[in-house]
Design a protein around this ligand. Structure first.
Ligand SMILES: CC(C)(COP(=O)(O)OP(=O)(O)OC[C@H]1O[C@@H](n2cnc3c(N)ncnc32)[C@H](O)[C@@H]1OP(=O)(O)O)[C@@H](O)C(=O)NCCC(=O)NCCS
Length: 179
């Protein structure tokens, strides 16, 4: 468990899958993600089985936020495509419970994940891809300290239109300078 002030990251259990199916069938949630088809519980079960056989460092984690009723699951985040020679990884995040958007929880979850990435996994570079239209996500990443480093022109197609994909990254030294 990775524990912060208002957010904690824990392992995903089989019991969580129904929540993921609800979140990942919500058009507003998946607008910022690569998911674009209706998702069934069977597909999610298969994803879960595959995930368990992937390296533990690449297992996504459940984001939970502190509430009056205890810790509530709201979304997930994790590293992908870790390159151990270059010590580089991509990360992804979503908060599926929309009522928790824009209250700083995403920023805190990314900060916790970066702390884990740089101080525990000993990564040197973390990068992400974000759609240019996803202003909330871009702002959250800027707040954590990510720099803009590139633009993949018309690399995404959504709602009948091509959209640029932005690349952002943070290096270990930049993280250290901020903390
Ligand atoms: C992206 C996401 C993880 C961010 O988490 P969050 O908890 O909503 O974000 P935070 O509250 O930490 O930060 C968002 C910031 O963007 C700002 N913001 C919100 N809407 C905005 C908009 N339309 N334009 C500009 N800034 C905006 C917020 O005010 C806040 O900035 P502030 O703290 O300076 O006021 C979350 O919104 C989410 O999961 N969205 C759906 C899935 C997704 O897009 N995932 C990212 C894929 S790259």
């Amino acid at each position: 468990m990775i524990i912060g002030d208002r957010v904690r990251l824990r392992a995903i259990n089989h019991d969580d899958l129904q929540l993921f199916v609800e979140w990942l069938n919500d058009p507003e949630v998946i607008e910022g993600l690569e998911q674009y088809f209706p998702l069934s519980i069977d597909q999610e079960e298969k994803w879960f089985e595959n995930m368990l056989s992937s390296p533990p460092e690449e297992h996504p984690m459940m984001i939970e936020v502190k509430s009056n009723d205890g810790w509530l699951p709201v979304g997930n985040c994790g590293f992908m495509r870790i390159d151990w020679r270059v010590r580089s990884a991509e990360f992804g995040i979503f908060i599926g419970e929309k009522q928790y958007w824009s209250q700083g929880f995403g920023t805190e979850a990314v900060q916790l994940l970066m702390q884990h990435g740089f101080d525990t996994l000993n990564l040197n570079r973390v990068f992400l891809r974000v759609y240019e239209t996803n202003k909330r996500a871009i702002r959250a990443y800027e707040k954590v300290g990510f720099s803009h480093e590139g633009r993949l022109r018309k690399a995404h197609f959504y709602n009948g239109e091509y959209i640029d994909v932005l690349l952002m990254s943070m290096l270990r030294q930049e993280w250290k300078n901020k903390t």
